[in-house]
Design a protein around this ligand. Structure first.
Ligand code: HSE
Length: 418
């Protein structure tokens, strides 16, 4: 039977989940995969934590060089998170010919191409299924199951913490209490700002859009807005109009280039992406051959993310030869458009909603943003429009010079799956 030696770097939530699966299911992997998978080393300075998780003291290491020089280690699993020292450790492992598996979306989104180059030069490889959407096998689906397609659009909820927080807020919890719950359950990043301010989703979207469009997209080409400024009034108005507010990650091909953004947006209640609650993620992928595919499942947590890591360990161990992702725009970036093409939700505070409506409906129609949903309550007027560019819509509204009316909020309304 093929022997596979694994080293785990970091025993946080994900590292601990991975260690548990690899040790508990050792016999199962021998039976089902014909692999003898053994955890040969664990890099963790918190000795007490490691021992409490059942890690034998004999395999505990404090120095990365012990691991990368150990001939018994074939696969290095990086679960440290953040940029450093994770990046240096990955580079060192790849340079020493070790196969790497990472759940680290920050390091992978920012250094993917450099890491892949090092892997290619050193006859090694790097796998990153666990970097996006926790236990949902999205990387493998995009790369191994949808090759027949030109992907047109990906859109969905790809951060478990913010989805948990928004779900709990809908149940009446405060933002702070909801976030505490996500931290206690092990969903949130070490610094939860990464979740609630949208960075985590941005890193993941950068990876997923790169895979979907075979192009190099950098993290800073993705526009980002988190959930900290969402007003409950907009959540309630959206609900009344038949929509859910989600922290949505969207990347799509448009006539002007690829649009990529992470922001709170409205999704029609009937769509499966609107229906995910708790830490669940859901991604809609639209391909020109297959149409829409929706993937959903637990997007965070020890065992779900450990599931994705272990699947990479087994996939890597069974793979005959290395293969590397192709980018059509090798060495440069494809055109990324800063335009926002979507439906639009506007909330106005006004004492004269009928007069405002009478002015904005024809003006918005002229630029294609036909108003198709109106809701009013206590001096507030909300409208939802058909798809149009935000620049055209803003121009049309600015020209009107509306009196007795303040624009309070704007969100995109995303036609997920179309
Ligand atoms: N903090 C991340 C989330 C963990 O909440 O989705 C999984 O990547």
């Amino acid at each position: 039977m093929k022997k596979v030696g694994v080293a785990i770097l970091g025993l946080g939530v994900v590292g601990a989940g991975t260690y548990g699966i690899l040790t508990d299911k050792k016999q199962y992997f021998a039976n089902a995969q014909k692999l003898d998978v053994t955890v040969e080393a664990v890099l963790e300075t918190r000795k007490e934590r490691a021992l409490s998780l059942g890690v034998p003291a004999s395999i505990l290491c404090e120095n990365i060089s012990e691991i990368v020089s150990d001939p018994a280690v074939d696969i290095v699993v990086e679960c440290i998170g953040g940029e450093e020292p994770a990046l240096s450790f990955l580079k060192s492992a790849l340079k020493n010919g070790k196969t790497c598996v990472t759940s680290n979306k920050e390091v992978f989104s920012k250094h993917w191409h450099e890491l892949q180059e090092i892997a290619q030069k050193n006859d090694s490889d790097i796998y990153f299924e666990a970097s996006c959407m926790g236990g949902v096998p999205v990387v493998r689906v995009l790369c191994e199951a949808m090759q027949a397609n030109h992907i047109q659009k990906i859109a969905g909820v790809i951060n478990g913490t913010t989805n948990y927080v928004l779900t709990k807020m809908e149940e009446g919890f405060s933002f702070a209490d909801a976030l505490l719950g996500a931290q206690e359950k092990g969903y949130a990043e070490a610094n939860p700002k990464a979740d609630v301010e949208g960075y985590d989703s941005t890193y993941k979207l950068c990876i997923l859009a790169g895979l979907a469009f075979h192009t190099k997209i950098t993290v800073d080409q993705i526009s980002r807005k988190g959930i900290t400024e969402i007003d409950q009034k907009d959540v309630a108005a959206a609900k009344a109009m038949g929509y859910s507010m989600k922290l949505l990650a969207v990347a799509k091909r448009t006539a002007k280039g690829i649009e990529a953004r992470v922001e709170p947006a409205l999704v029609k209640k009937e769509h499966p992406v609107a229906a995910v609650s708790d830490c669940f993620n859901a991604l809609s992928i639209v391909g020109d051959s297959v149409g829409e595919v929706v993937l959903t499942g637990r997007g965070a947590g020890a065992a779900p993310t450990g599931s994705a890591i272990v699947s990479d360990v087994i996939f890597a161990a069974k793979k005959g030869a290395h293969s590397y992702y192709e980018f059509f725009a090798e060495g440069k970036t494809d055109k990324i458009s800063a335009e926002v093409t979507a439906g639009h939700y506007f909330r106005f505070a006004t004492s004269a909603p009928d007069a405002v409506l009478a002015k904005i409906v024809p003006a918005l129609s002229k630029c294609g943003a036909t108003v198709n949903n109106v809701w009013r309550e206590d001096g507030e007027l909300c409208v939802i429009t058909a798809e149009a560019t935000l620049s055209a819509v803003n121009k049309a509204l600015a020209k009107l010079n509306l009196k007795d009316c303040t624009l309070v909020s704007h969100y995109c309304v995303e036609a997920v799956g179309e």
